[in-house]
Ligand binder design. Structure first.
Ligand code: 4AD
Ligand code: MG
Length: 457
């Protein structure tokens, strides 16, 4: 057993002993005439613990930024204003030394430089704070659903379906593709592991639906993979999605659940992470606290896609491309709606069926579907959700129009054949929400080891 006291318990006054042993990594070390100081962290808290060394007693050559040390000493009240307690050391062991080539020396590094070393950047204040908030956000998500009667289910990561129909699924195979290619160039999948083509999931929704149609309210929270052609600061190839699915919910129920869910997670983080939020407001996003109040207190706006396009058309002189009904809501339109016109999160509803997947419920107009995208100021789309098509004949027609192979989806149609029920759900991008709640501007900076187009470190 390694006997040690955590820095958190010392700084928060929970440690009852006077003499303690702590382990930690040195953030900064400096030396005066008689004493040397090292600020160390062990990850238990965002604050560092100051250790004081009598220079007559210690060889301090190994006290360098990045080194891991073990110190035994006495807890004393700190004379400095920055911390409540410090340690007067009487034993020092350099557990893991560093050389001059340690890249994270004292000076401030750019976020881009740190991005090139994901194995080290969690040691900085910024990334430590991001990943601590990521933990609390994950817990908030589970708590919300648990408190609201949802069951957490694990959806498969290997699937046969490209649920979103966007052709962005990564293929999964246990073979070298060139070894199973037939002479005519086709691939003989009967030789592959599953004896058919398989993919990494782009969404757990289709598998969540059968569970909702048995258990009422369920959610998944897991990894999602997309060979997204967009290489922006909001896209990655591997991200986590929260996908609740609810029986007996229409689009209005879905929308109010999304709003409640986001308000809950924002309030939870606001309460649990005051130090991190202050840190990010100081160094990254000056308006961060205002973001929290807006999320927690304001009512999100709602507008139909058709009304949004009318509004955009009235302001068409501001855009590079003229807004046309039937096209996607591009980034410049999103920014106009969220940042300029409404100044708050906006639910855009009832998009044209032609630009949305086959499973969304057709509206009575026969042109639009009962869906919503939630757009956030600065970040853009955070959530995509919809009421699902529960009418077998309408679903079949839509699936045909979208070129869906009904063999692969026969089980999905079965749900509409036997005991069909109105149901809805949504998908929220975990990292995009975390970006908004930390003020980090690039999705690669809220994921420990990000994977994106052309980049895998
Ligand atoms: O809008 P999307 O594609 O919706 C679905 O997949 C539905 N099946 C969800 C459902 O109804 N259960 O994706 C949902 C969210 C987006 O709003 C966005 O926040 C995030 O997932 N997302 C991405 N995040 C990071 N990188 C990417 N490449 C993303 N693609 C989508
Ligand atoms: Mg979407």
């Amino acid at each position: 057993m390694i006997e040690r006291t955590s820095i958190k318990s010392i700084l928060e006054g929970e440690c009852k002993e006077e003499r303690v042993t702590v382990y930690g990594w040195i953030r900064t070390a400096r030396s005066g005439k008689n004493v040397a100081f090292a600020s160390i962290t062990d990850g238990s808290t965002s604050s560092t613990l100051q250790v004081v060394f009598d220079r007559d007693k210690f060889d301090i050559t190994g006290l360098a930024t990045g080194a891991c040390i073990k110190v035994t000493g006495t807890i004393v009240e700190s004379p400095g204003a920055e911390q409540s307690s410090e340690i007067n050391a009487d034993e020092l062991e350099i557990v893991g030394p560093v050389g001059d080539d340690y890249p994270l020396q004292k000076k401030k590094h750019s976020i881009e430089f740190l991005r090139s070393m994901p194995h080290l950047r969690a040691r900085t204040n910024t990334f430590g704070a991001v990943f601590r908030m990521s933990h609390h956000l994950s817990l908030a998500i589970h708590r919300f659903f648990d408190e609201n009667g949802f069951f957490f289910i694990h959806a498969p990561l290997i699937t046969v379906s490209d649920a979103e129909g966007a052709g962005e699924a990564f293929q999964v195979t246990s073979m070298r593709l060139d070894s199973i290619t037939l002479s005519n160039g086709d691939v003989d999948y009967s030789k592959d592991y599953f004896k058919r083509q398989a993919f990494l999931t782009v969404s757990a929704q289709l598998e969540a639906e059968p569970l909702a149609l048995a258990m009422g309210k369920v959610y998944t929270f897991g990894p999602t993979f997309r060979a997204d052609p967009s290489d922006t600061r909001f896209h990655t190839a591997e991200f986590w999605m929260i996908e609740p699915e609810m029986a007996f919910f229409d689009l209005d129920d879905d929308i109010s659940l999304i709003e409640d869910f986001i308000k809950y997670t924002a309030s939870y983080l606001f309460e649990k992470c005051p130090e991190e939020i202050s840190f990010f407001s100081r160094f990254y996003e000056k308006q961060l606290k205002e973001r929290y109040s807006m999320l927690i207190e304001s009512k999100f706006t709602r507008i139909t896609y058709t009304d949004a396009f009318e509004l955009l058309a009235k302001n068409s002189d501001r855009f590079e491309a003229a807004p046309e009904w039937g096209s996607d809501i591009s980034t410049e339109y999103e920014r106009f709606l969220t940042d300029e016109h409404f100044g708050c999160p906006v639910f855009v509803t009832d998009y044209p069926a032609i630009i949305k997947p086959f499973y969304m419920r057709m509206n009575d107009d026969g042109k639009t579907v009962a869906c919503t995208d939630l757009l956030f100021p600065q970040v853009g789309e955070i959530v995509g959700g919809s009421q699902r098509e529960e009418r077998l004949n309408v679903l079949r027609t839509r699936a045909n129009e979208c070129g869906i192979d009904s063999e692969d989806y026969s089980w999905y149609f079965d749900l509409r054949k036997w005991g069909s029920a109105p149901h809805s759900g949504f998908g929220l991008g975990f990292e995009r929400l975390l970006m908004y709640l930390t003020g980090m501007e690039n999705i690669r900076d809220v994921i420990p080891f990000p994977r994106s187009k052309g980049k895998m470190i």
